[in-house]
Design a protein around this ligand. Structure first.
Ligand code: BV8
Length: 244
């Protein structure tokens, strides 16, 4: 950490990428850990446009269950979400929080505007008129779009495999310009997110991984701090804020 704090200035720009690991201690499953989501259901069936075309009811059930799970009072933002929100608030330089997660725990933990590159569970997308609307209940093929009034076009506003993640140009610009890239709770398995560390590093950023264990992209990081997010993230933010 001293290497990092010796070289950082409070005006430096930070890009943070989070994955399912940051929400694990809040009670949400990850995807590729033992017993994770992709061990319970085949991603081809529920996280691809082809799967949705084949069986929209199955896909709606999959996302309805996860959306309902977010309403469980036991599911709350944790100390890692809150620590990143504090860093956003107190760091004088620009901080861009990019999340692969489709839950709303960053917002509920105090982050002002997380960039959901893989979309959001609590949003619906109409394939007829392309409107994105809030969605707090179940979705089905029988629902009418509140914007265009047509039926059968609503899907979760979630980026599936083979689909373009959101705001990629904005993310690429931030990676080219940042001085520090921090990855939290992601396996580094899914692209293009998994390639962000290499892009940031080649553009001159210092790169740090905060994860339970080395990710698939571990070799790209200047430094790694391994442990549960609710321990390593608050400690990392505390060290960073000694510079402010
Ligand atoms: C695309 C849906 C064209 C939402 C998801 C090269 C370049 C570009 C694309 C590709 C490429 N190679 C392959 C591809 C295609 C594909 C891909 O990456 N396939 C993989 C399987 C190889 N990518 C795509 O299709 C993407 N789109 O390519 O469009 C394009 C091309 C170029 C540029 C732009 C666009 C679309 C990808 C999005 C797919 N949608 N999900 C949903 O249902 O949630 S992806 C899915 O995996 C999740 O959304 C999640 O966001 C994502 C990543 O998973 P993680 O968050 O990392 O979770 P995981 O379980 O894997 O890991 C958890 C980590 O946490 C672990 O490391 C664990 O150790 C750690 N952990 C656990 N507990 C804790 C912890 N850490 C800290 N504390 C703890 N307590």
């Amino acid at each position: 950490m001293s290497t990092l704090t010796n070289r950082l200035r409070p005006t430096d720009r930070i890009v943070i990428l989070t994955g399912a690991g940051i929400s694990k201690e809040s009670g949400l499953d990850t995807f590729r850990c033992a017993g994770g989501i992709w061990s319970q259901v085949d991603l081809e069936d529920v996280a691809t446009p082809e799967g949705f075309a084949r069986d929209p009811d199955l896909v709606h059930r999959f996302y309805n269950d996860r959306r309902r799970g977010l309403l469980d009072p036991a599911i709350q933002p944790n100390a890692a979400h809150r620590a990143l929100a504090e860093l956003e608030r107190r760091w004088p330089g620009e901080v861009l929080l990019v999340t692969q997660n489709i839950d709303d725990l960053h917002e509920r933990g105090g982050s002002a505007a997380p960039l959901h590159m893989h979309g959001e569970l609590r949003k619906a997308f109409c394939m007829h008129c392309r409107a994105v609307t809030d969605c707090h209940g179940d979705l089905s093929v029988h629902d009418l779009c509140l914007t265009c009034g047509r039926k059968g076009g609503l899907r979760p506003d979630v980026v599936w495999f083979g689909e373009m993640p959101y705001q990629m140009e904005r993310i690429q610009r931030a990676l080219e310009e940042c001085d520090l890239f921090v990855s939290v709770g992601t396996s580094g398995h899914v692209y293009p997110a998994a390639g962000f560390v290499a892009e940031a590093r080649s553009a001159g950023a210092y790169t740090v991984e905060l994860n339970l264990e080395p990710s698939e992209g571990a070799s790209y990081f200047h430094s790694s701090i391994h442990g549960p997010a609710t321990q390593v993230v608050p400690a990392f933010v505390r060290d960073m804020l000694t510079l402010v």
